[in-house]
Design a protein around this ligand. Structure first.
Ligand code: 26V
Length: 798
């Protein structure tokens, strides 16, 4: 190995070079960790030229750029994704093999970048990958959290949270940009200079940029994900240090770094509000400054801004970017307020991801004016202008002493979109009904999608190989080509290979659960999987109630020919969400009793896997037979896990909620196990007095399952442990678990019968795959480009 340039041709030499000269490790003594870092550097080198060329091409074209602002990017691991997208998988595997290392172990050595809570953050990550694949000039902006989503473990069945520390290791994919900093103000007051308002902040923080290149398939385009970290303006106070006050000397730095220290879990309703708003302003303001700096470097005339800049707000978390842009245009660049407002609105768009009232952001005006006094004034002006334009409007951006971020984002957006057809319809009739009446063209739908590179090609190599052998490789960039599998579904030979891929994936999972968790699963069982955040509306408790009822029915009638089932759960509960944590404990308690019952444990197993994350999803989804998508209709905005399962050949048991509706339309009603009330029926059912009591009285199975929980069958040492869950179910039951139980039971027994016909099941699974092509995030991004951003691909193949 020579100390020349790092080799550009062979990946094998490049790994050795980086091991030696970047990491300073002798190959004879290198650990898996060192090899993984060396490989990552070698892969990263292969992205950089493309990345720079993409930036140059964008500048040359003077093209409109897309800016995706998101508090969360739930990326997961990047090494395999980058290798796959660069089409280096075979060469890399051979190189790693030649060193006598285990390629999969090397890939798995990387920690997940868990900079998100769930669906919203994972969608942002899929969108970044699709933007690069399509060749749309785009930048993602987010926060470089030092600690991503907490690590979950169980102690006696209860969720225990531990801090996550992915940045303890070097994050090879980032390029630090110490020179790209902005100084951002907080607090203070608004003074008047020569009749003009001037914000005089009380304190300042710097934002430092870290850039992560995102390479698309098949390696022709790369965009940037820019993550901001908090830094002090004056990191170190020497006079305080010299005076002996060592802690205080570094206080400013500690405070500034707090801003990007941790990702907020979803339930942070009251606590830590101030820090959350600080985080939101911090990354929004830094991003707006960066956008303007780039624009002004290339163009100049601010009136051109809407032609060059399309900003997408991923939910309301970055909504303060709107007032910030307006403030800079008006206060700092001197544009008249109305013109600044028009320009802002022409640039900004907003995606809504939930209609749950408790999840809609609002801030007390006291806090707001404390932190962002000038922005509150600007919002007052925006609101007043809106009130003048629409004297008959019902609500504004300020209401009862609070700033409502949804209303604000709507007012400042050119387009507002929902994430599934059903959800978009509900936006128009519920939360944004009045806004929709005033602006009937503003709300549009863009149903979510998922990237097939990670969620099929990368995570399911066996199935991908079969697809490639059958229809070639075109599907990877054009997922609708999966339709061409359709004629093969009738071919028994092909179907056998399809079923064999699933069986092998299931065997892999069995090996893993045995190795990692000491649990031996029955490989022939129906692998029935529910993996997602734990929330009452997602109804993991409906699933466990059905498991209890099934267990009881099996004990009653052991000879009834029950198919074997493995119910797999995974998911985190927000640390402050008490009922969700009780649901976790209940599932674990039920699992302990059921798994220990010799009368049934050949037929029914329940497994709750800890610490759900992107990597675990990549492991479970290819091995799933049945996808549980059982939210109360009207509550799940879209779901994206539902798409991943269908794409990996797992039929859904689900309600008519979110994108389930569209999945069922596409895969065919006969390949989808539908149950439950519709969104409309659910609304009506809530008005029926004692609807839960009636459902329980009408269904002895349900009554008995609830009674088992109530009487302590699963918590004999503490019989009323689940009193709150039982009271909830038998009382208000807002999420209609009881009302939907009987139909869910029916649909599950339909699953039993369908699974007994193994060829029939394989055909159903294969049709799910063949008909899921529309759910690619490439399709979703093309929709945004056309209907929202007016952006074009620069890859010349569009
Ligand atoms: C936020 C909160 C905060 C307060 C406590 C309860 C609660 C529950 C849910 C949320 C959701 C936050 C936004 C979000 O992640 N939405 C998800 O976005 C996905 C991508 O569009 C979509 O597929 C999911 O259906 C939607 O829940």
């Amino acid at each position: 190995m020579a100390r020349d340039d790092p080799p550009k041709s062979g990946i094998r030499d490049a790994i050795l070079w980086h091991l030696t000269y970047t990491l300073g490790k002798d190959p004879d003594h290198a650990q898996l960790f060192d090899w993984r870092l060396a490989l990552s550097h070698a892969v990263r080198d292969r992205i950089v030229d493309r990345w720079m060329e993409s930036a140059r091409a964008t500048r040359r074209a003077g093209a409109r750029r897309v800016y995706y602002l998101s508090m969360e990017f739930l990326i997961g691991r990047l090494l395999q994704d980058n290798i796959v997208n660069l089409q280096l998988a075979d060469e890399t595997q051979a190189a790693v093999d030649s060193f006598g290392l285990d390629y999969r172990a090397l890939l798995l050595d990387e920690p997940d970048a868990a900079l998100g809570n769930g669906g919203l953050g994972r969608l942002a990550a899929c969108f970044m990958e699709s933007l690069a694949t399509i060749g749309c000039p785009a930048h993602g902006y987010g926060i470089r959290y030092e600690h991503g989503l907490f690590r979950q473990s169980f102690a006696a069945g209860r969720q225990v949270e531990a801090p996550e520390d992915w940045l303890v290791q070097p994050f090879v994919w980032q390029f630090e940009r110490p020179e790209a900093r902005f100084t951002l103000g907080f607090g203070g007051h608004v003074a008047t200079h020569q009749g003009k308002p001037v914000w005089e902040p009380e304190s300042f923080v710097q934002s430092e940029a870290f850039d992560v290149p995102v390479i698309g398939w098949p390696g022709n385009w790369a965009n940037t994900l820019r993550l901001w970290a908090g830094r002090a303006v004056d990191p170190f106070d020497l006079s305080r240090f010299n005076a002996g006050d060592f802690t205080a000397a570094a206080e400013a730095e500690a405070l500034a770094r707090t801003i990007s220290r941790v990702l907020y879990p979803q339930d942070s309703t009251e606590k830590g509000k101030r820090l959350r708003l600080t985080q939101e302003y911090f990354f929004s303001a830094a991003s707006i400054r960066d956008i303007l700096r780039r624009f002004e470097g290339e163009h100049g005339d601010l009136r051109l801004l809407p032609r060059k800049v399309a900003i997408q707000l991923n939910d309301t978390h970055p909504a303060i970017a709107g007032p910030e842009l307006l403030r800079i245009l008006h206060d700092e660049r001197g544009l008249p307020f109305d013109e600044a407002l028009d320009i802002t609105r022409a640039c900004v768009n907003y995606t809504n991801h939930t209609l749950l009232p408790e999840a809609l952001e609002s801030w007390g005006e006291g806090l707001f004016s404390d932190l962002l006094p000038r922005h509150l004034q600007i919002i007052e002006r925006i609101d007043a202008a809106d009130a003048r334009a629409h004297p008959d409007r019902r609500g504004g951006a300020r209401d009862q002493g609070r700033v409502r971020m949804g209303e604000l984002a709507f007012m400042l957006s050119n387009r507002v979109n929902g994430v599934s057809a059903l959800h978009t319809g509900l936006m128009k009739t519920t939360v944004f009904a009045d806004r929709h009446r005033l602006h009937p063209d503003r709300i549009v739908n863009q149903t979510n999608g998922v990237t097939p590179r990670r969620w099929l090609l990368g995570c399911n190599p066996r199935l991908s190989r079969l697809i490639c052998e059958t229809i070639g490789r075109g599907w990877i960039a054009d997922l609708e080509q999966l339709q061409r599998l359709e004629p093969h579904v009738a071919d028994d030979g092909w179907l056998g290979r399809f079923a064999a891929a699933k069986a092998a994936n299931k065997a892999d999972l069995c090996d893993w659960t045995l190795r990692e968790h000491g649990v031996a699963l029955a490989p022939d069982a129906i692998f029935d999987v529910q993996i997602k955040r734990i929330h009452e509306y997602k109804r993991q408790h409906l699933n466990i109630l059905e498991a209890i009822a099934l267990w009881q029915a099996m004990r009653d009638d052991p000879g009834a020919g029950w198919p074997t089932r493995v119910k797999i759960f995974a998911g985190k509960a927000a640390p402050g969400y008490v009922l969700a944590k009780q649901i976790i404990r209940l599932i674990n308690d039920v699992a302990a009793v059921v798994n220990a019952d010799p009368a049934t444990n050949e037929r029914l197993q329940i497994l709750y896997l800890p610490n759900y994350n992107v990597t675990l999803a990549e492991r479970l989804i290819p091995a799933a037979d049945l996808s549980e998508q059982i939210s109360t209709a009207g509550k799940e905005a879209s779901g994206t896990g539902n798409m991943k399962f269908a794409l990996n050949g797992a039929p859904t048991i689900g309600t008519l909620d979110g994108a389930n509706v569209e999945i069922r339309e596409r895969v065919g009603a006969e390949n989808f196990f539908l149950f439950g009330l519709t969104a409309e029926e659910a609304e009506a059912r809530r008005l029926v007095p004692d609807h839960a009591g009636r459902a329980i009285a009408a269904d002895p199975r349900l009554a008995r399952a609830i009674e088992a929980i109530r009487s302590g069958s699963f918590s004999p040492d503490e019989p009323d442990r689940y009193g709150d869950i039982v009271a909830n179910l038998t009382g208000a039951d807002y999420f209609l678990v009881c009302s939907d139980f009987a139909d869910y039971w029916r649909a599950q027994r339909q699953v039993d019968r369908a699974y007994a016909d193994r060829d029939g099941w394989a055909r159903m699974a294969a049709r799910n795959l063949a008909r899921s092509g529309w759910f690619s995030s490439d399709r979703a991004i093309r929709g945004y480009m056309q209907d929202i951003w007016g952006a074009q691909s620069l890859l010349g193949r569009e």
